[in-house]
Unconditional design. Sequence first.
Length: 418
Amino acid sequence: MGRISTWDWEIGEKIVVKSLSPLQDHGWQEEPHVSPDGETLAAVVNLAAMEFSVRTNDSVWDVTYERIWYPRFSPDGRMTAIGQQDGESALLVDAEQMGETYEYAWETKFSDDGSTIAIMMKNEGLYGVALNGTPWENLFENANNYVLSSDGKHSSAIVQTVSMGQAEIEVFAKGIHSLAVDGNAFPGKYLNLWTPVFDSEFKRVAAQARVSMLDYTITVDDKPWSTVYGQVWEPIFHPLGEYVAAPVRDKGKWGVASDGAPLWEPRYAQCTQLQFSPKGDRLWAIVAPAYGKFTVACNNIPWSTLSPAVTDIVLNPEGDRAGVIMSNNNRDFKIVVDDKAWEGTWDMVWPVAFAPKGLNVAAVVEKNGKQQVLMNGKPFGREFDRIWEPVFNEDGTKVMIRAIENNSYVRIVANVTS
């Protein structure tokens, strides 16, 4: 949060980019992205056949590539993308190549402070992860489901450590996948693994594991739970390291297990997206008390508000409040915070943003092609053509709105009470 305090929080509105139309001599321009501080808009642009670059506000990088994709701003405001030239891919950061080139690269991820930039990469038919341009020392026949620790010092992925030809079912049944951390694979072999996660100190890692054709469990540091289930979802470490929890399906019902023992007895038609409060005293989840009826549960106590679909649970910094998106199977979207639905339904809504301090919460909604910000459930300001996620200042009294209006990109800072 320290970097947020250095941003310009003077109340007011400014036009950062007057016209979002392609600059002179540009063939076309892709979807724009905006920096966390709202000061820069960027987009991949086509200059000529097989010639691409990146526009930042009203200037263009002085380098070109045959292809450029996956433009993303890092948390510290650097513009990144992946470029391809002569059949080789590279990570680009503010128009400079970071590290070596690869046979292929994809899926940029960032540490919380933006100091580490990670990508999945392929070289000579082998796969792995590169951090700030440096690949893992060991690469594998396959690597996927990678994760970067929030401090940027560690990475983990599911890797294939046993070769398998086509239709070699017996080889697969013995296990061909392992969990790798920083390029070093654990010895354990599994039929499948998914969604590795680190603990809060980045010393331990857990993942979903398929241990036989029909049995699933959680493996922690390559040690599977002794209990197996019909299905499991992504695990989560208790923030104080006390245990690992995961949604599990047993005898047709979903609950939550802790280190292989029941924590929430299976009683739901579905249970997913576990989140702990920072102190670990509250465990949240999206649950379905009955088929087709979803809601939120905290410490196994469901909300009363039900919906055919619930997604994108977000907690406030203290972890004692939650907001979600509810919809009628992707129609008539609405925001629900603390078990209370905000007024109105919308063609589309985006996840809520809680202020770092105080009670304020904001969300972007869309109706008839126009978007606006809702603040604590009420319309806040005017409508726009496009709005990015609202950003609060450190004490939650001001909000930054980054938006497109009449083909211009505008940056607005307003008092939450205005």
